[in-house]
Design a protein around this ligand. Structure first.
Ligand code: BES
Ligand code: ZN
Length: 881
């Protein structure tokens, strides 16, 4: 419990439980306000534990109705209740006994959306990480695996559907218009994977035959009438099941797999055994309402939750410090799946952009933590980009180091050795070592050291000796590092690019281990000599983004321009182009701040022009190249004394320049690109749409032709075009009549579709400039907005604070005060979502003084609020530390 070191839980304090739960029988008598939960636990005292050792069960906001040991009610002196649970001190001498506990809970009053709650009149659960304790007293920790049998009883009319994990073994009707169902899950599981859904939904059904011949029923539950909109999710599910068999040898292990889509959900989706629960925005799609990005998200998240069946459920985590064991690995798996389904380089570029937008700033700020943290006070705050995205990068680096074959052998061993276990990161690493013979001791520091390593690079070509030298120095700065920083093992994929763009050969190399195209950086400093290099090369480093590091290349613009044109690694080409653009954008920001005129470099414009016109390149790739580094990304690179207005102005001017220079080609491209009709959501068509809509934005920039965007909007036959055109209108011509008209047309058309209305909220929340806050405040009073729905809050308040640098960071600090007030308000309803919201202010120290003072004040005043949740308090304390 939360005793040691104030409220912190420490990794080093992990102890196995004194008691196991072999079997659990749950009985739910559902009622909107008074649901009765009867739990019968088959308990077993662990070997070596003293007779009568107290049994401490977790509990949160529960009303205890009764408790009995071996069918005898416990008297009041037999147990002790606290805010965190129950401690039972009168236990029988035998090592096995049963515990029968009845609790009463109120699902309707549950606005935290953890435990059993109501959504659109239905009953739904969310138990990860610590929600099960809000249903009944339990050993709510992931290393307690148990076989669950669940009986659900409810009103036949209002909750015709009664679902839980596993297989349905019995059902029938009861008196008083009620009915019941019994579900049995033969796979022992931790409580966080328990799920129950009861309500009234429609269903889309299909089947899947596993490669060993098991016939699996697939069922996706959505609101009545929306069944056809679950077709893409179903298709994604079937492709995921097949892919996991083919690539990882993982087969599904029950006769039924169900997905339930709900409108009120704290996260994206949840991998409960056999019964995934999804935020409905990641299930429902049709061309009219979903963008290409929505389709891609659905495909990825369906796959992610399905893949957890092996990486998470069959092999779960020993404790929550090991969260990256399931999340990092499963993100890596869903990334690989999407790369196989779509374009691998385009996917990789998107991943790296995401990493830089979310994980790098986290790692550089006060909320930095290792991929495997060593302490937490609220685990919900550790479902972070570091655990997920950096965790996934670490898995990718394992593969780079041991190779494709080695990776496969290691994963096979992991599945074989740990099936049914609650495992640790050490177990995972050991599988790589045992399967490949590699020594991964130094590499495993990636799990322990927070912060983004930096590589400083110098190169030199010695013409006379045909020798090319690279000096690499690694360093690690982190705001939270305590003690020594050890040098890391960093796999750097590289190529020596010759004047014709081909990779040059070399006859030998000294100064570092080089295997294939990977330099293994292990020392603080390497001087690496490549012998027999016939021509002066340009070095391409970190191809495919082989490690999540930053790089300070000592290289001229001309070298970057060369790589942007000629590198044979598509990712590296994009990267070189981005670096070139970033350099310009930083210079331009500097110029704006010192009152100088901003001018884009002809070189950058020329390359962009070439890429735009190069039809041998995928449209999606060309579109990515045309979107310059984001304002947030520029801010992160600048690092300190940030003035968001200057960044915005500089970036806009550079974009304006580029748009004007390339106008004719942009217009030709816009006219020529013809996405398939009718709409198909595949990657190729999506790429064409993204390039075409990207050119639209630039044309409007260059010409001010708002009419063109308005036409694009009204001619759209799909949501991608409609939403992109609306963004162009709103962000580039916020005051135009056409914009007001389009916004109103959109609202009127989708007022009854909250998922689509979130786009309407988000686009308006991101309109830059001084009026943004008033607009957001106004929108928060709109009929379609609700503080109780996480999607609404994220769409409006989240988009404003994360996606509107100028509006949120306005110079009088009103944006910060607004966000802190919004967080306080939301904290009384849903602490988990509130805590996530306020992380938008984690980089406050990097702002220029006036703004950072305002931000500081606002944060301190939020911290002084009475009755803050542990979730928000934890984030605030770390943010201010
Ligand atoms: N296990 C998580 C869901 C979860 C997160 C539960 C936090 C409780 C607290 C699930 O597998 C997950 O990771 N979902 C992601 C989406 C995924 C594609 C990265 C999410 O919900 O954002
Ligand atoms: Zn996950």
């Amino acid at each position: 419990m939360r005793t040691q070191t104030g409220t912190a839980i420490l990794l080093e304090d992990y102890r196995p439980s004194d008691y196991q739960i072999d079997k659990v029988d749950l009985d739910f008598s559902l009622d909107a306000q008074e649901t009765l939960v009867t739990s019968i636990l088959s308990m077993r005292r662990a070997e070596g534990v003293a007779e009568g050792a107290p049994l401490v069960l977790h509990g949160d906001e529960l009303e205890l109705v009764s408790i009995a040991v071996n069918d005898t009610a416990l008297s009041e002196d037999g147990y002790e209740l606290s805010a965190d649970g129950i401690s039972i001190n009168k236990l029988p001498a035998s090592d096995v006994f049963t515990l029968k506990i009845v609790t009463k809970i109120n699902p309707t009053a549950n606005k935290k959306l953890m435990g059993l709650y109501r959504t659109s009149g239905n009953f739904c659960t969310q138990c990860e990480a610590e929600g099960f304790r809000r249903i009944t007293y339990y050993l709510d920790r992931p290393d307690i695996l148990s076989v669950f049998t669940v009986r659900i009883e409810g009103d036949s009319k209002t909750v015709p559907l009664l679902l839980s994990n596993g297989n349905c073994t019995d059902k029938g009707s009861l008196e008083n218009g009620r009915h019941f169902a019994v579900w049995h899950d033969p796979h022992p599981k931790p409580a966080y994977l328990f799920a129950l859904f009861a309500g009234d939904l429609g269903v889309l059904k299909d089947r899947f035959k596993t490669r060993s011949g098991r016939d699996v029923a697939l069922e996706i539950y959505v609101e009545h009438g929306k069944e056809p909109r679950a077709a893409y999710a179903m298709d994604s599910l079937i492709r995921s099941m097949k892919w996991d068999e083919e690539v990882y040898g993982c087969e599904y292990d029950l006769d039924i797999f169900m997905i339930v889509a709900v409108s009120d959900f704290n996260m994206g989706a949840m991998e409960n055994k056999g019964l995934n629960v999804f935020n409905d925005k990641y299930v429902l799609a049709d061309p009219e309402t979903a963008t290409d990005q929505d389709y891609a998200n659905i495909e990825a998240i369906i796959a992610h939750e399905y893949f957890h069946n092996w990486t998470g459920n069959r092999i779960t985590c020993r404790d929550w410090f090991q969260l990256c064991l399931k999340e990092g690995l499963t993100v890596y798996r869903d990334h690989s799946f999407s790369a196989d389904m779509r374009s691998a380089p385009v996917k990789r570029i998107a991943e790296v952009r995401g990493l830089r937008a979310h994980q790098f700033p986290e790692d550089a700020g006060p909320l930095a933590h290792p991929v495997r943290p060593r302490r937490y006070s609220e685990i919900n705050n550790f479902y972070t980009s570091t655990v997920y995205e950096k965790g996934s990068e670490v898995v990718g680096m394992f593969k780079t180091i041991v190779g494709e074959e080695g990776y496969k052998r290691a994963l096979d061993l992991y599945f074989e050795r740990h099936d049914g276990d609650a495992a640790t990161i050490e177990d995972f690493i050991k599988c790589f070592e045992d399967a490949t013979g590699a020594d991964l001791k130094q590499f495993s520091l990636w799990y322990d050291q927070a912060g983004t390593p930096n590589l400083a690079i110098e190169t030199n070509y010695d013409e006379a000796h045909k020798r090319f030298t690279i000096n690499i120095a690694q360093s690690l700065k982190s705001s939270v590092v305590t003690g020594n920083v050890e040098p890391m093992h960093i796999p750097v994929r590289f190529g020596l690019v010759g004047p014709q763009g081909n990779d040059l050969a070399y006859s030998g190399v000294t100064g570092a281990d080089v295997t294939g195209d990977v330099i293994h950086v292990r020392e603080p400093k390497h001087s690496i000599h490549f012998e027999g290099v016939e021509q002066a090369p340009v070095i391409s480093l970190l191809r495919g983004f082989s490690a999540p590091v930053t790089i300070i290349p000592e290289r001229a613009d001309s070298e970057l321009a060369f790589l942007a044109r000629h590198d044979n690694d598509e990712f590296a080409r994009w990267e070189a182009l981005s670096s070139l653009a970033m350099r310009q954008l930083r210079q331009a920001t500097h110029d704006v701040e010192s009152g100088k005129a901003v001018k884009s470099s002809p070189e950058l414009t020329t390359i962009l022009h070439e890429i735009l016109s190069d039809e041998t390149l995928e449209p999606a790739y060309r579109a990515l190249c045309l979107s310059l580094p984001s304002e947030a990304n520029i801010a992160r690179e600048i690092g300190s004394d940030i003035n968001p207005d200057a960044i915005y102005t500089a970036r806009s001017q550079i974009l304006d320049d580029i748009a004007k220079e390339c106008l004719a080609t942009l217009q030709a491209t816009y006219d020529k690109l013809n996405p398939a009709k009718p709409f198909v959501p595949d990657a190729t068509s999506a790429g064409i749409r993204s390039l075409r809509n990207r050119t639209l934005g630039l044309i409007v920039r260059a010409t001010g032709d708002v009419e063109l965007a308005a036409k694009h909007f009204s001619n759209a036959d799909n949501m991608t075009d409609r939403a992109d055109a609306l963004s162009v209108l709103a962000l580039q011509a916020p005051d135009a009549e056409e914009t007001a008209l389009a916004l109103e047309t959109f609202r009127a058309r989708y007022a009854d579709n909250p998922i689509v209305m979130d786009k309407w909220f988000a686009i308006q929340a991101m309109i830059p400039g001084g009026g943004a806050l008033e607009r957001v405040e106004q929108l928060s009073k709109s009929e379609s907005f609700s503080w109780e729905n996480p999607n609404r809050v994220r769409a409006l308040i989240g988009s404003f604070s994360v996606g509107n640098a100028t509006g949120f960071n306005r110079a009088d600090g009103a944006g910060y005060r607004f966000l802190c007030n919004a967080t306080a308000r939301l904290d009384d309803i849903n602490p988990q979502v509130a805590a996530r919201l306020i992380t938008a202010m984690r980089s406050w120290r990097n702002l220029e003084k006036k703004r950072s003072d305002f931000a500081h004040e606002a944060l301190k005043s939020l911290l002084s609020k009475e009755k803050l949740s542990r979730d928000v308090r934890d984030i605030l304390e770390r943010t201010l530390a």
